[in-house]
Structure formats: structure tokens, C-alpha cells
Design a protein around this ligand. Structure first.
Ligand code: SIN
Length: 295
């Protein structure tokens, strides 16, 4: 079967059929996947059957993988590049990070080297009344940039945004009832806030993107505090206009890949503790496309 890409027809999203991700991709197949990722931002590969190692090996073809040292308790045994996201508790112990990504954000925007893509493999997906729960939502930052008012583009040109890992962490504790403990001084030191340009050029499409997100963006460095607060409030509202948002509903066996430069995302927390979700994740870094000193 040849590879078939079907667009969702919405702001983002496509389904790719005809690839078995457990086998290495041919160079032309990898090229097609990257083209689809640039064009649609989010691509879904249905009906995959992957071990943790196979998920890691597929993800590695997209770039270098991050090993999340903060959450080593939730790494796949023997495959530290694979992290478990799950609300399942076995013998009183959570088997994965239960509330990852439940708020709009971009993975790793708080890091010196930013993320290129996320690869998630849905193994158990909650279902109620025949409908799947725990969808992942995305918003299109190429469209958000293109439709910024001209005066905002002019004000923000050449400016940078400060991103802080602790912002999302504290929001989860304060607003979402997360039981995660506050970060220790040592953990905060290990992840100090970093700045990145507010506009980046997308490495796959060459288009400009709005690179700011409600989860981690704290401050437009070059604006006075009040102006920065007002600008961020405007950007957070603008970037979530319904026209830019796409909801990807999971089926068991889906591998969902999205690029993190031109999209922001949110894990929808619409399922209860007894409605089990079990997803494996790899984080692909963007060092194939950017040098740290360009960010
Ligand atoms: C994430 O933010 O990486 C998790 C998304 C999800 O579990 O749907």
C-alpha cells in the first residue's frame, strides 16, 4: 500500500495511512511525513502496534530525543526516551504522569533548545457512551502570526519572550487541583527561565510563527511590565481564536505526531480517575533546525 495523506479539512490535522511505524522509514517516506507535518502541523497514523523501543526508533528518525530527567519515575523501563502519561494507579502507585499537558502550552519552550515535535502512542483511551475522551487540541501559530494586526507585528518585531517551566507547574497546582508538589529550589535552578524570539521562522514551511504560549510565556522582555502584561493577554486570546483550533480525538493504536514550533496544544481533562488513559510519549528536539544562539 502506498502512503496516503488525508487532510482533516480543519485548521490543522491529517491522517497518514500505509506506513508501519515499527519498520524504519525509507528516505522518501520520511520526506513525505515531514512534508505532511509542515503542511498540517498534526498527523495521525492509525492502527499501529509498537513496542516502547519501536516508538523510540520511529521518533528518532525525526530528530534527537530528550530524556526527561525530572520524571524518571515514569520512563519506560529500559527505554528512558519513552515517557508514560497515564492516570492508572497500580498497587497504590501511579504508573505514569497523570495530568501532563492539561492547559495550553508548547513543550520545551522553557528550554534553551526548543522542541521540534511530539510523538504520542495511544494504548488505552477512555470512552463514555461510545465517545472517546481525553482528546488533544491544537492551535495553528502560522495562522495566528499571519492574522496579527499590523501594529502588533510592528511592536513585537525583534522582541523576545521569557518562558518559565514553573509557570505551568504552579498553574496546575493552583487551578487544576494537581497533587504535584511545588518545585524545589534545586529543580527551579535546573530549569531557569529562558528567552526566545517572539516570532520564529518555521523550519519546514519557511513561514513565520507566533512563538509564545499561555503555559510558559511570562514576559515580553523589551516592553515595560504593564505593556508586556497587556500584550501577552492579547496574544493568549488571539492565538486561541476558534478558527485556529483543531481537536484530535484518539483511537487506540493511534500514533499522533505534531510539530511544536507552529502549534500549541492542550490535553483535554474530561475523564475521571476510573476512566483509564495510557499513552506513551517521545519528545523530539529542534537542534536539527536551530542553533541555540539563534533562539
Ligand atoms: C502533552 O502535552 O505532551 C500531552 C498531550 C496529551 O496527553 O494529550
Amino acid at each position: 500500500m502506498t502512503l496516503k495523506v488525508t487532510a482533516s479539512g480543519e485548521a490543522l490535522g491529517a491522517t497518514i495511512e500505509g506506513l508501519n511505524l515499527a519498520r524504519p522509514l525509507q528516505p522518501a517516506e520520511l520526506d513525505s511525513v515531514l512534508k505532511a507535518l509542515g503542511k498540517h502541523g498534526v498527523v495521525r497514523f492509525p492502527r499501529q502496534e509498537l513496542t516502547g523501543r519501536e516508538l523510540r526508533d520511529f521518533s528518532r528518525q525525526l530528530g534527537d530525543l530528550e530524556i526527561n530527567v525530572a520524571s524518571h519515575a515514569y520512563q519506560e523501563p529500559g527505554v528512558p526516551e519513552v515517557m508514560i502519561l497515564s492516570n492508572i494507579v497500580e498497587n497504590g502507585k501511579p504508573i505514569g504522569l497523570a495530568d501532563a499537558g492539561q492547559g495550553w502550552h508548547t513543550d520545551m519552550s522553557y528550554s534553551r533548545m526548543i522542541a521540534f515535535a511530539n510523538v504520542l502512542y495511544g494504548i488505552k483511551i477512555p470512552r463514555r457512551n461510545g465517545e472517546t475522551l481525553g482528546a488533544t487540541q491544537f492551535s495553528n501559530m502560522q495562522a495566528a502570526y499571519a492574522e496579527l494586526p499590523a501594529d502588533v507585528k510592528k511592536t513585537l518585531e525583534g522582541k523576545s519572550v521569557l518562558h518559565d517551566f514553573n509557570k505551568f507547574w504552579e498553574m496546575m497546582r493552583r487551578e487544576k487541583g494537581s497533587k504535584r508538589p511545588a518545585l524545589t529550589e534545586a529543580q527551579r535552578k535546573a530549569k531557569p527561565p529562558v528567552s526566545h524570539p517572539v516570532f520564529l521562522r518555521h523550519p519546514l514551511t519557511g513561514k513565520r510563527v507566533l512563538y509564545a504560549n499561555p503555559g510558559y510565556a511570562m514576559r515580553i522582555n523589551e516592553l515595560p511590565e504593564k505593556e508586556s502584561d497587556e500584550m501577552l493577554e492579547f496574544l493568549f486570546e488571539h492565538q486561541l481564536k476558534p478558527a485556529y483550533v483543531y481537536t484530535s480525538r484518539w483511537e487506540e493504536g493511534d500514533v499522533l505526531v505534531w510539530e511544536d514550533i507552529g502549534t500549541i496544544h492542550n490535553a483535554v481533562a474530561d475523564y475521571g480517575p476510573d476512566e483509564h488513559r495510557f499513552v506513551k510519549r517521545c519528545q523530539v528536539m529542534a537542534n536539527r533546525y536551530f542553533r541555540e544562539d539563534e533562539l
